[in-house]
Design a protein around this ligand. Structure first.
Ligand SMILES: Nc1ncnc2c1ncn2[C@@H]1O[C@H](COP(=O)(O)OP(=O)(O)OP(=O)(O)O)[C@@H](O)[C@H]1O
Length: 257
């Protein structure tokens, strides 16, 4: 469903991503972790077609993001870490606008917009301009917009930032439901607790290269410490060879219950 082949990005004198090979099948929840500057956002921007790879390719549902971008993007949902949103629209207008871009018929669009606005408790503000929304409210709207067309592939960069515990729980539920319906979810996060709780497989990237890939059990074996209770935090430290989580920009906060 998502297929990266020898994916490489070089910025002038920085090799940000070095020959990444990775496949995320339909129905898998994949977690992408790594220290600050490891190459996560660069990878994600290439996945969604915002950045041209120096070499290598990205296939989304079999469609090459570089050569067949419209087909690839039609089945893709993307939630960026620093979202852009049209502040002069109302919440409902924004969702209807996004629905139109994806070619969803207006009746279905109105029903889905209503479902998401109600799910996220945004009905009281649906006719207010987005510029008056809080950060968390904007985040919920962006997530709703990314899910409106029922994407087959969801790419998410740090989704829980700015959400309160209830919002974070709702978002986790939406992502998990989408995955159960058969979508491939690719999520970058600094929260090891969230990755451990939600992801079927985890990839750890460091200096542009994947240094570990697999289920929690597989990662425990790679860290050569296959105690059942070994947490992702221990594995991450063992594999990245660093001992200071703060320096790595990693949080072990546990996902909101
Ligand atoms: N536009 C750019 N021009 C030059 N170098 C860049 C650019 N964007 C990123 N880089 C470099 O590429 C490398 C990977 O950066 P990237 O933002 O992909 O890392 P990241 O894993 O997302 O980091 P973080 O967790 O801090 O967000 C870093 O060395 C960064 O300095």
């Amino acid at each position: 469903m998502i297929e990266l082949t020898h994916l490489t990005k070089r910025y002038r004198d920085v090799d940000a991503v070095k020959g990444l090979n990775l496949t995320v099948p339909a129905g898998e929840f994949f977690g992408f972790l790594g220290p600050n500057g490891a190459g996560k956002t660069t990878t994600i921007k290439m996945l969604v077609g915002l950045l041209k790879p120096t070499s290598g390719s990205v296939l989304i549902g079999g469609h090459d993001v570089s050569t067949d971008p419209l087909r690839a993007k039609a089945i893709l949902g993307y939630i960026p870490d620093r979202p852009f949103i049209y502040e002069k629209l109302t919440g409902r207008e924004y969702l209807m606008f996004i629905a139109e871009l994806y070619g969803i018929d207006m009746k279905t669009a109105a029903e889905r917009a209503e479902e998401y606005l109600a799910f996220f408790d945004l009905m009281d503000s649906e006719h207010a301009l987005i510029e008056g929304y809080s950060h968390g409210m904007k985040q919920k709207l962006i997530i709703s917009g990314a899910l409106l067309h029922d994407p087959e592939v969801l790419i998410v960069d740090e989704p829980m930032v700015g959400l309160d515990p209830k919002g974070a729980r709702q978002v986790k539920q939406l992502f998990t439901d989408l995955c159960r319906k058969g979508a491939a979810v690719f999520m970058s996060t600094h929260s090891l607790g969230i990755a451990q709780a939600m992801c079927d497989r985890i990839g750890i990237i460091q200096k542009g290269e994947v240094i570990a890939l697999g289920s929690m059990d597989a990662l425990r074996r790679m860290a050569k410490r296959d105690q059942e209770n070994l947490e992702l935090e221990d594995i991450f430290l063992e594999l990245t060879g660093d001992t200071n989580l703060e320096r790595l920009g990693i949080s072990m906060e546990h996902p909101a219950a």
